[in-house]
Design a protein around this ligand. Structure first.
Ligand code: WT7
Length: 647
């Protein structure tokens, strides 16, 4: 009996287009296979060679030391500074006067910053931090909107060797305090507020509340963004613009050991408080740099846009460190995708001539719901590559992205990775990989991925199991901050020698990887373990459905029964007839076994602020339980109330 039964079989295949093949960095599938083999069989040579492309202050003495497993050491003896990788290496080259960020505020204000200008501001803020006594080894919390000053703050911390801990601006004061305390932060960089759907969203008041009584926090630096009224503590607070304008722009980068901590980033676990995922310098920078080079195929003339928030790992690796180390021009946008209208993203793609676009499945499904007419109003012909990350992408959403946004011309890069992995792990390569809708395809260089059963034995083709990584990789997490036990327990206790990702997966007969969702979400109907993702995809493949979240509730007969929360497309009426049509549809697509016992129609699903569906809450609702556990990351609490029928 397989660990997870895979019941959905997608057969469409999209070979790389001639145009993508011509433009791409790698010339053939054979070249990829040769490099991949080398990266697995001889990581010392592969990564030793690739790492030489980074500007080391002092060269490394060894490539990998895994003797202290599960704590890896990459590039020992090497000295490097992440802000110098991002910026200083471009000074004196043609990149220095190139635009690093084309920033667009939600209200429509703009700022274009060149590499040399960004370097100058980073040095100034680094000196401000130093002047306040922040030093190498300290931690600094950043709680900011999506403005250029957030990039400056990240790089200023890196420059002086203080670890940054970015806390997403949508988190509450309570969540912020928890993270500041756990990380032992001594300073906070924030803003008076940021714009979100046309309104200033205050941030400084949350910081005031979060640090109340915390003696360790001696400094709060405040960017003036919205000019909303805020309280001021003259002993502790300083205005960013005042302090930076008075600071010297001379600040040599601190030579950091390759294994010195670059940042902490908190991510929530199934149980317990948030985990401070710890990343170090050399290996992380190599992962971010290399994946941008090979996966996004970043080239001199590209205009790249990752729509994530810097508050998530995607923003760290694919807005800041990866793109900057490749010297590319990026778009950065402050606001919501529907402000002031539902075509805002496409308007920006047209305005800036975006060539590479990276977003999340949840966003794509939202765009589907808003309708094709919005992207249809804009010229998207500059796009050449489309990426997705964050959740399994249903084949229907993939097809929509391919057709409506990509004009059937752009390879879709379905990139699987995690906060913990630091950079992309499973992904197609443009011009090389034939893609299949819903598959993250193959491992990136150095990634020894496999699908195994409970005992750690590799499962056969099309059998579902647990996704593991069998070898250390440069950008892997180095621990959970101050919690070695939890690190070992969460990722290494199940198999001992393999990294346990916590995702269900299968490989098909061609070796393609298909992610089937978090293993905690697997549903057991009459002893068959089904992936929520596959049942959801079956529902979404029906014309009337745009999004669905599938969970289980206890059932006397089958053990668990399937409950599907379902959002319909524009103008589609719900009702009992459609309900039974959809139940039959799933039964025909997958089999009677997967026929939902219940379908509930809803306008919206509860999501985390990073866009993941909160199945835990839906399970509570489906079982008629009181909602338990942490709801601090839920995007819109009114959604919950509606689903429960409180409103
Ligand atoms: C989890 C990690 C990595 C940046 C954003 C999320 C899910 C992520 C995919 C994908 C299927 C995916 C997994 C993973 N996930 N990308 N392409 N296909 N699932 O980071 O918050 O650390 O979440 O997101 O379940 O374990 P994160």
């Amino acid at each position: 009996m397989p660990e997870i039964e895979s019941v959905l079989h997608e057969t469409r295949t999209f070979p790389p287009s001639e145009a993508a093949r011509k433009k791409a960095r790698l010339s053939s599938l054979e070249e990829y296979e040769r490099l991949y083999r080398e990266s697995i069989d001889d990581p010392e040579t592969f990564f030793g060679r690739e790492a030489k492309n980074l500007p080391w202050i002092e060269p490394f003495e060894s490539v990998l030391d895994w003797s202290g497993a599960p704590f890896a050491k990459w590039f020992s003896g090497g000295k490097i500074n992440a802000s110098a990788v991002a910026l200083d290496q471009h000074l004196g080259t043609p990149v220095e006067n190139k635009i690093a960020f084309l920033w667009e505020g939600e209200p429509g204000d703009t700022r274009a910053i060149t590499y040399v200008e960004l370097h100058e501001e980073v040095c100034q803020l680094a000196n401000v931090l130093k002047g306040r006594g922040v030093k190498k080894g300290d931690r600094v919390a950043l709680y900011m909107p999506m403005i250029p000053e957030l990039v400056v703050a990240v790089l200023a911390c890196a420059r002086i060797g203080a670890a940054h801990s970015v806390v997403f601006g949508g988190f509450s004061a309570h969540a912020l305090r928890e993270r500041i305390e756990d990380g032992g932060c001594s300073a906070v960089v924030t803003a008076d507020g940021g714009y979100r759907r046309g309104e200033p969203l205050p941030l400084k008041p949350q910081v005031d509340e979060a640090v109340r009584g915390l003696k360790a926090v001696h400094t709060v630096i405040v960017v003036e963004r919205c000019e909303n009224d805020i309280d001021w503590n003259a002993d502790r607070d300083l205005w960013y613009h005042v302090a930076v304008s008075e600071a010297s722009a001379d600040c040599p980068p601190e030579p950091m050991d390759s294994e010195d901590t670059l940042f902490l980033l908190y991510t929530s676990g199934t149980t317990g408080g948030p985990k401070g995922i710890q990343h170090t310098t050399g290996g992380y920078m190599l992962g971010a740099y290399l994946t941008c080079k090979y996966v996004f195929d970043m080239q001199e003339d590209d205009v790249y846009w990752c729509t994530a928030d810097v508050g998530w790992i995607t923003g760290h690796s694919y807005i800041i460190y990866g793109p900057l180390s490749n010297g590319v021009t990026s778009v950065m946008y402050e606001g919501a995708p529907n402000s002031p209208h539902e075509g805002r993203f496409w308007e920006l793609c047209q305005k800036y001539g975006v060539t590479i676009f990276y977003t999340a499945p949840t966003a794509i499904r939202t765009f589907m719901r808003w309708g094709e007419e919005h992207p249809g109003k804009f010229d998207l012909s500059s796009l050449r590559l489309l990426g997705t990350v964050g959740e399994p992408i249903n084949p229907e959403a993939w097809m929509w992205y391919h057709r409506v946004i990509g004009g059937e011309r752009c390879p879709i890069l379905d990139t699987w990775w995690q906060t913990e992995t630091g950079s992309i792990m499973l992904t197609p390569l443009p011009g090389i990989t034939a893609t299949k809708p819903g598959s993250a395809t193959f491992p990136f260089f150095g990634v020894d991925a496999a699908v195994v059963d409970e005992e750690g034995k590799e499962v056969g083709p099309n059998e579902g199991g647990f996704l593991v990584i069998r070898k250390p990789w440069p950008s892997m997490l180095r621990g959970i901050w101050k919690n070695e036990e939890r690190y070992r327990e969460t990722y290494w206790s199940k198999y001992g020698d393999k990294y346990f990702a916590g995702d269900g997966a299968k490989r098909d007969e061609d070796g393609y990887f298909w992610i089937m969702g978090r293993v905690d979400d697997v549903i057991n109907v009459s002893g068959h373990r089904l992936s929520t993702m596959e049942v959801e995809s079956a529902l979404v493949s029906h014309d009337s459905v745009v999004e669905s979240a599938v969970v289980s509730r206890p059932d006397d007969v089958t053990g668990e029964a399937i409950v599907a929360f379902t959002t319909l497309g524009p103008g589609i009426e719900d009702g009992d007839e459609l309900r039974s049509t959809l139940m039959d549809h799933v039964a025909t697509q997958i089999g009677k076994l997967a026929r939902p016992a219940e379908i509930r129609f809803t306008d919206a699903l509860p999501k985390t602020r990073s866009g993941k569906i909160m199945r835990r809450l839906l399970r509570d609702i489906a079982s008629g339980r009181e909602t338990t556990g942490d709801t601090s990351t839920i995007e819109d609490l009114s959604v919950l109330a509606k689903l429960r029928g409180d409103e």
